[in-house]
Design a protein around this ligand. Structure first.
Ligand code: AR6
Length: 169
């Protein structure tokens, strides 16, 4: 079981079975990584998302990946940052936990996450990295036999460095 960080575009990854999308409650697409995933997957992804009736913050739902090089997209909805006293950390932890549960249900043993909530949703990246890595390590204590690889695909150096500091610390 390997945990790793890579710098780049999550839609280009060829070493995972599932990628996680940082979506919104509608699951009908948006900007950021969500927009990139919908563009790369093609219009059938939106068609399937329309059948899901949205997704609550902290929960996760799985679709096929269509034109992407992986098998599944796990859509999760991160919290919007309101200063830290609105249950943000616990909702962000739910995103990682529920995404891994979805991956396990679908037999996806190799999973990539983006940095959920740290773009449009404004979650401070240092704090988000701590929640992300702690939660995944906690979940893997009970589910490690279900996974071969968990990676974060980070889009810029600042975000990469924040996750590296937490992972190596
Ligand atoms: N690959 C990997 N990471 C990416 C990519 C990519 N192709 N593109 C952007 N990122 P964001 P959020 C990074 O805003 O904060 C959408 O409109 C980005 O640099 O995508 O959870 C949804 O529909 C940042 O580090 O997601 C929602 O409305 C990280 O992904 C809302 O944004 C997350 O940024 C969700 O906001």
């Amino acid at each position: 079981m390997e945990i790793k960080l890579v710098l780049g575009d999550i839609t280009r990854l060829t070493d995972v079975d599932a990628i996680v999308n940082a979506a919104n409650n509608s699951l009908l697409g948006g900007g950021g990584v969500d927009g990139a995933i919908h563009r790369a997957a093609g219009p059938e992804l939106l068609e399937e998302c329309r059948t899901l009736n949205g997704c609550a913050t902290g929960e996760a739902k799985t679709t096929k990946a269509y034109n992407l090089p992986c098998r599944y997209v796990i859509h999760t909805v991160g919290p919007i940052w309101h200063g830290g006293s609105s249950n943000e950390a616990s909702l962000l932890a739910d995103c990682y936990r529920n995404s891994l549960i979805e991956a396990q249900k679908n037999g996806a043993r190799r999973v990539a996450f983006p940095s959920i909530s740290t773009g449009v949703y404004g979650y401070p990246v240092d704090k988000a990295a701590e929640v992300a890595i702690k939660t995944v390590k906690d979940v893997l204590r009970s589910m490690s036999s279900s996974f071969d690889l968990i990676e974060w695909c980070l889009f810029d150096n600042r975000t990469y460095n924040a996750y590296e500091t937490v992972l190596k610390g």
